[in-house]
Design a protein around this ligand. Structure first.
Ligand code: ASP
Length: 291
């Protein structure tokens, strides 16, 4: 409490830089840490880390190789916030550009806007010198085809053709591991965004969140990742929050903002996250079946 009796939240003194992400970004954090250790900016650090995963064709939840929408087109969402200057940038439903976290940072730095979506974002990226490319890898294309076969009468062999198993075997050249993975993501449309946050020795904080969103989404669907205050939120005096999971639930409770405001009131990060989850549960009247 300060002298007026108002509760204040003391900032921890950071003696060491720190960078964290969801599990699918952990292998890339060294890249960000190297920037922090050499005195670089916290936003540069988180963007460098997630770019490694956006470039990776084997990660099917982010950037190049992300699972596509229901039309078989990859659409990416991303956002970022820079704590020291309290600026934000974001892009949504972007096609053909793989490094959307960096694109969100470019929106933040080079425009008078916070958010650019759809074809406008793609065209803006091209104007800024980003390379255009097909983001659908052969692996993601085959998984999408398998999903089409499972969910449509028309996109699978007819009655005079081999059955489902044979169809899958043919599609994946008999690779049982690939078949099992495809069957899994068809049954459970996967989540796998990367939220990544960093703090340096001075206590400056930045964050980014990047994703290909929910697999098999309706074209144009936007999740929480590019929504400042939901999938990404930074307050340099308090902390940062980012998310993965079903974005619709997070958007409805402004999750990132909720968590930071709870921390501002003195809650620990864990309790602040639990409060956010409790609000989602409350939206379903705590009905465990629906939850
Ligand atoms: N939160 C993301 C979205 O709803 C999905 C994910 O985490 O993979 O778009």
């Amino acid at each position: 409490r300060d002298v007026t009796g108002v509760q204040t939240c003391a900032l921890p003194i950071c003696t060491k830089p720190l960078i964290i992400s969801s599990a699918n970004g952990l292998h890339a954090l060294d890249k960000g840490m190297a920037i922090l250790k050499s005195g670089g900016d916290t936003l540069d650090a988180v963007i460098a880390a997630v770019t490694v995963v956006e470039d990776d064709p084997n990660d099917t939840s982010v950037g190049y190789g992300g699972l596509p929408n229901e039309d078989g087109v990859v659409e990416l969402d991303a956002s970022c916030m820079h704590g020291p200057t309290m600026r934000a940038g974001s892009v949504a439903s972007v096609r053909n550009i793989k490094n959307v976290a960096r694109l969100a940072k470019t929106v933040m730095e080079n425009t008078n806007h916070v958010m650019i979506v759809g074809d406008g974002a793609r065209r803006y990226a091209v104007d800024e010198g980003f390379e255009e490319m097909n983001l659908l890898t052969d692996k993601s294309r085959k998984i999408w085809l398998a999903w089409k076969a499972s969910s449509s009468m028309n996109w699978r062999p007819g009655i005079d053709s081999p059955e489902w198993k044979e169809h899958m075997t043919k599609l994946f050249d008999g690779d049982e591991k690939e078949i099992a993975f495809a069957e899994h993501v068809i049954a459970h449309p996967p989540t796998g965004t990367i939220p990544c946050m960093a703090v340096n020795e001075k206590g400056d904080i930045s964050a980014t969140t990047t994703t290909s969103g929910l697999a098999w989404k309706i074209p144009g669907r936007v999740g929480d990742a590019p929504i400042i205050g939901a999938g990404c939120c930074v307050d340099n005096e308090v902390g940062a929050a980012g998310s993965t999971g079903k974005g619709e639930e997070n958007i409805k409770i402004s999750g990132g903002h909720t968590i930071i405001e709870q921390m501002r009131q003195g809650k620990s990060p864990k309790d602040a996250c639990l409060e956010a989850l409790a609000r989602i549960a409350h939206n379903y009247k705590n009905d465990k079946k629906k939850l």
